[in-house]
Design a protein around this ligand. Sequence first.
Ligand code: MLC
Ligand code: AMP
Length: 594
Amino acid sequence: MAPTLPRLPIFEAIANHDPNSTVVVHSASGRRFTYGELLHDVAERKDSLLQESGKSGIGGERIAFLVENSYDYVVTLLSILGTHSIALPLSPAFPPHELQYIMDQSGASMLLSSGKFEIKALDVYKEGLQGTPKHVKLEKKLGGGEHAEVKLEGPSEGPGGMMLYTSGTTNRPKGVLLPTSAMTAQAKSLITAWDYCPTDYLLHVLPLHHIHGTINAIFAPLFAGSTIEFLFPFNATAVWNRFATPFLPTTNGQVNGHTEAQTNGHTQIKPSPITFFTVVPTVYNRLLASFPQLSSASQTAAREAISPKHLRLNISGSAALPTPTKAAWSTLSSGNILLERYGMTEVGMALSCGLPFSTRVDGSVGWPLPGVEARLYETETNSIILPGEEINPKTGRERDGEIQLRGPGLFLEYWGNEVATKKEHLEGEDGKGRWFRTGDVAVRRFVPGVSDRKPENESEEWCKGPMYFIHGRLSSDIIKSGGEKVSALEVERELLSLPQVLEAAVVAVPSGNWGQKVGCVLVLREPKVGGRKEGIWGPLDMRRALKGRLAGYKIPQVMKVVEGIERNAMGKVNKKVLVKKLFTEEMSGDEKDL
Ligand code: MLC
Ligand code: AMP
C-alpha cells in the first residue's frame, strides 16, 4: 500500500513540483535530493514516528528534534507536520541545561535525534527531565524513492505546527506556537512578495531553530519548488568559495556550468550559481571583511556571483542593516542592493522593502507584507497613529509608535503561558481580531518618489504609501546580537546565581559588527572569591562560569565591575545611561545613536 500524507497545503505543493527537480543539496559533499525523494521519505518517516509513539495518533503533541542542517532536517520537520503534531527544532549549539528547560516547558513527548546528535540528546536526559519523553534515534534518509507513490489523503488542517523558543521580556524563553495555517500564510505572503520560484537556488547558512532559517529559507522555498543548499556552520571563506566556484574558469578556460556527474551511484551536480541569499547583517559584515583575503581569481568570480545578474535576491533581516554595510555590498556586487525586511518569531515576516531596487530605501523596512496588517500605536497617548497623522502638529516632529500587527501568519499563543499571551495582545476595536504588540518602535514616513510610485504589477501592490523606519525598542531588556535575541533578564538571572555576583545589570552595547553586544555590569561580593591564580574574578571567569548554563551568544562579551549600580526610586536601572557611562571604549565608531 502506498504511504500517505495529509492534504496539508505544503504537501499538496510538494506533490505538484517536478519530482525530479532538486530540493536539497549538501554543500560539502555535493549530494542532492529531489522533491520526489522528499515526499516519499517524509511519508515513510511519518509512519515510523507513529509506530514509535505506539499510538494511533499524536496530533498536537510536541515532538522535539536535534538534527543537523541537512536533508534529514527537512524530512524530520515535514514528517512531524505529517502526523499533525508540533515540530520543536532544538539548537544543537545550546547547552543541555537550556534544552532541558525547553523539553520540560513544552511537555515534549519525544526527542528525535540524528546519529550526529545522539550524545547531545542523551546529555539532555542526564539533566533530568520532568516527563518521560521517548528518545528516538533517526536513521539517515538516503533518498532513492523518487518514483514511489505517495497518496495525499485526509484533512488539510489539523492541530500541528511548529514551536520556536524565543527570549523576551520574561526571564526564561517562551515557546511560540505557529499552527500550520500560520506557517502556510507566512510562506504564501513571502512568495507573493519576493517571487520565490522553481529556478531559485538558495544558499542556506543560518541556524534552524529560528523563523528566519526555517520559514524564509526552508518552508517558503519548499512551497515554491526552489532548491536549498545547506552550508553550515557559517564560515565566510567557505561561503565566498561557494559563491565563486560556478564562475571560476575551468582548466579549458570555460566557466563552470550545471553539468551532472555520477558518483557512488548518486547524482552529483557541479555547483549552480546562487540566486537567493537571506542572512543577518553580521553575516554581510563578515563577508565584506573577509573578501580581501580571497585570491584574485576568487575575488573576480565572487563579484560576478553576487552581481544582480546572478544573485537575484540578497536579503538582510533579523536586526537593523547599517547603511555602510548596505553601501559596501552594493559596491562590491556591482550594484546589487540588499533588500531589508523586518520580522519576529511571533509574526514571521511583517514589513519588507520590495523587489524593485528603487523601493529599497536606506534605513527603511518598507511596507506591510501581503496579508499583514500593521499599525503604529503611540504609547504615551494610547492612540493609534492613523495614516496622515504621522507628524505631530504641535511640534512638527514625526510621531513614533509601537508596531502592532495582525493577520493569518501570526502565532497562536505562548505555550503554557496565558498571562504573557494576553499581555502581548490588544483587542481590536473593530471586531476584526486582536493586535500583537511587537515592542519595536517605528515611524511611518512618506518618501517622495517611492511612497507615491505606481506599482508595476499586481504582486507589487503592497509596495506603496508611507514607509516604516524602525527607531528602537520599548524595552532595553531585549538585546539583538548578530541576529540572536537575548533577554537581559535571563542573563541577569544566571549571573545572580553565581556565588561571586551580588548585583548584575545586563545591557546592549552598540557594536559595528554584531549590531549589539551583550554587556554586563556587576557588583561582586568579593572580587577574590573563587578567582583565577592572580586572584581577581574577571571576564574569563564569568564566561567560564556561564558556559554550561547559557547558549554561547547569550554570555556577555564585555564586563565592567563597579562598586554599586545606580537605581531609581522604583529600584530600576536606567540601562541607556549605564551604557553611555561605562561602555564608551567598547564602541567601534559606526554604531547607531544610543
Ligand atoms: C556566535 N557567538 C555569538 C553569536 N553567534 N556571540 C554573540 N552574538 C552572536 N550572534 C559566539 C559563540 O558563542 C562563540 O563564542 C563565538 O561567538 C564564535 O561562535 P561561532 O559559532 O563560530 O559564531 P559564528 O559562526 O561566527 O556566528 C555568527 C553568526 C551567527 C552571525 C553567523 O550568530 C548566526 O548565524 N546568527 C544568526 C541568528 C539568526 O538566524 N537569527 C534569526 C532570528 S529570527 P565562544 O565563547 O564559544 O567562542 C528573527 C526574526 C527575523 O530575528 O526578523 O528574522
Ligand atoms: P526574534 O524574536 O529573534 O524573532 O527577533 C525579532 C526582533 O528582531 C524584532 O522584534 C526586532 O527587534 C528585530 N528585527 C528584525 N528585523 C529587523 C530589522 N530589519 N531592523 C531592526 N530590527 C529588526
